[in-house]
Structures are given as structure tokens and as C-alpha cells.
Ligand binder design. Sequence first.
Ligand SMILES: [Zn+2]
Length: 424
Amino acid sequence: MQSGSGNSISSSTREKKRNVRSGRAIASTASPSTIRDINRSILLSLIRLHQPISRAKLAVMTGMFRSSISDIVKELVDARLLIEKRAKPEGRGRVPVMLSLNDRGFEVIGVSMRFDETTVTAAGLTGRLGERLSFRTPDAPVEFVAQVAAAAAALTSGSGRRRSRSIQQIGVSVPGLVDANSGRLRWGTRIPAYSDFDLAAALGTAIGAPVAVDNDANLAALAEVTIASSEHDLVRDFVFLDLGPEGVGGGMVLNGELYRGHDATLAAEFGHMVIEADGLQCPCGRKGCWERYVSDRATLRRYSELSGVPAGSYSQFLKAAIEGDQLAQSCLETTARYIAIGLLNIAFAINPAAIVVSGRIRDAWQTVSPLVEAAFGATRLSLPVRKSRLTSEELFLQGAILLALNRAFSKPNVGLHATVPART
Ligand SMILES: [Zn+2]
């Protein structure tokens, strides 16, 4: 359900959208119903964070009139987004009716595409991940679409709890550049056949539901900030980094919203900030990019150069470092020093409230963290740097589900539109 206009988009809204798309309108203005739509989104988000919660508590939290809250809650109950349950009686007072999200009121599919394997899962409005199905990521995007559609059908049609459900939205996490407005892929270094593939359109046709696509690290940032807020750790501005096997993915949340860059294709690609002039060659075409010094492969290369033997797997390397292998520890410390250089650059540029680091290096965080803290201590910057709450793979999948759920929780988009100069 699209917040702002519900399931039925009025003809004036449709005309407004057409004008915005054609470039005739430069703003989305507030209509009399906009305030109600914004409040509806705020209430739904508060219920998500504090469920089960009473109308009276919502009134205290928001300062809204009880009658306004009751009107909006009725609308949400009618739309099957909320369920009401009477609380246990305590003493003589009136027993309040508690509100919770209706997990079965909005059914979504989340897809996490990795270079080697793709995982598909289903979830309801609470975002709790259900059963998962995985398959090897095919070389051809058409085959990918067919396999995702088959997995989605298997997850939503079955017996018992899995009885036939209608999918209302699909969210896809992809490891590469993507136009998040259209859902068209741009490029991914290890999935060349997917370049310029209109994934949202193809998957939408195959499954018969709207599709949103975004970069994996962006979605991991969204997942991390959402999980943090559900634990009452509300951070409005933070940077997420996935120190991966080959490169570094980044996602940035500013003022509580994912920042996607002016054209929704590229932002927070901190892995490609140059930290060494004439340094190591990077696939992006430049030399000395940060990811060439902090990825798992970079650390393994350092180890094998110094030891004179092939390094084996990154898991074996980390195990050796944790168990006291001095050469492995020294290589990990060098990586930690390079990590600190990048983190300080980000801190000076963005000044976020926190930086969250994910990737397999989380397993050796007790070695990495003191070196990073020492580097921060040498500056006047004070900024918490911590490891992510979940592994990157879990965050990508959770992020895909949250992307799909965005439609249910989103606020109306009002304000002036930027005019984007045409590319030549
Ligand atoms: Zn680069």
C-alpha cells in the first residue's frame, strides 16, 4: 500500500505524477490529505518500533489528538496493516486495546543476489524473514528471472502457513551499480551479462508485482539502521562499510534516509577513494583505491608476499592470526592501519554519528578495533566505529525485504524537484 494515496491513486495525483515525469512540474505540493498521510507513516513506524502499543501511548509520544490517532488507526486496521488485541486486565482501570503490525497484511519477497549464489525469502509486514530458497546465480539474466519467479511461487504457494498468498512487492539486492529509480542494472564487474538489464521490469512481468532494486551495501545500511532503531539505538546519520573478499561496498544514511546520489545510481563508494598516489591498479581504472588495500584479497596477497607461500583461504588466515601466528597478525595489523586511514577520511568528510563495519573481518574485530581507535585518538575526532550486528549476507537479504516493505511505511514525497542535466 503506497502511503499518500492508498491503493487507489486519484486522477489528480496521476496527472501530477505525469507532469513531474514530463518535466512540466518542478514540485510536488502538499494537498489537504498530505498531513494525514505523513502522520499515518509516523504512526505506522512508531507501532513498528514499540508494538504492542496503545492509542494512549501513541498520543503521548506524538502529541497528536486521540481522535486523530483513532481515525488513522481505523484506516490502518481496515487496510489489514494493523491488528488490535485487548491487553491483560490489571487492576480496576479500563483495559487498553494494544496495536501491532499485521504480519500477514502485506506480503513481500526479498532477493539477495551474490556473484555465486542467490537467496530468495518471503516476509510479512514485520519484516521477519521466513523460509529461504537458494540457487547458483546463472550467467544469463533471463534465467535469473525465471529462477527467482519459481522460488517466489514456491515460497508463497503451499499448504498450512504457506498457503497461497499474493505478493505485493519484491525487493532485490544486487552486487553492482543499479539505477534505484528504475531498477535497471548498470554494471557489475563479475556479472557482465547483467549490464543494462532492466531487472525490475523483467521480474515484475514474471511475478506480477512491483519490483524495487538497489545496491547491496545500500540495503545493508538500511537493514543495519533499522535493526539498530528496533533496539532503541536511533542513529540518523551513519556510514556502513562491507569489507568484502574483493572490494569495499558502502552505504550512507543521512537524516534517517538512505543517500543514493543525485541520480540514484552511485553514492558512498568509499572503496574507490584514492589513498595512495600511483598505488595498486584498481578495476575502476584508477590507481591506489582504498579497497585494493583493505579487501580480504589484499590482506591475503600481503601475507603470501611476506611468507613466500600461497595464503590459502581467508578463513584459514584469520584463524592463524587469532591463534597467534605472528606474520598473520602483522599482516592483519597493516590492513587495520589502512582501514583506519579510510575511516578517518570518511569521518572528516561526512562526520556521521557512527561507522559500522561488516565483512569477515568482524571475526577478528578484537585485533582491528584497538588500532582503529588509536588512529582516531590521534585526531580530535570522536566517533564510534563498531562491527555490524549481523553478517553482510544476512544484512543484504534483510535489506531486500526492508526495501520491499518501504512502500507500506513511506511518507509522501513533497518538495521541489531538482532538474537533472541531460548526459551528453
Ligand atoms: Zn577504484
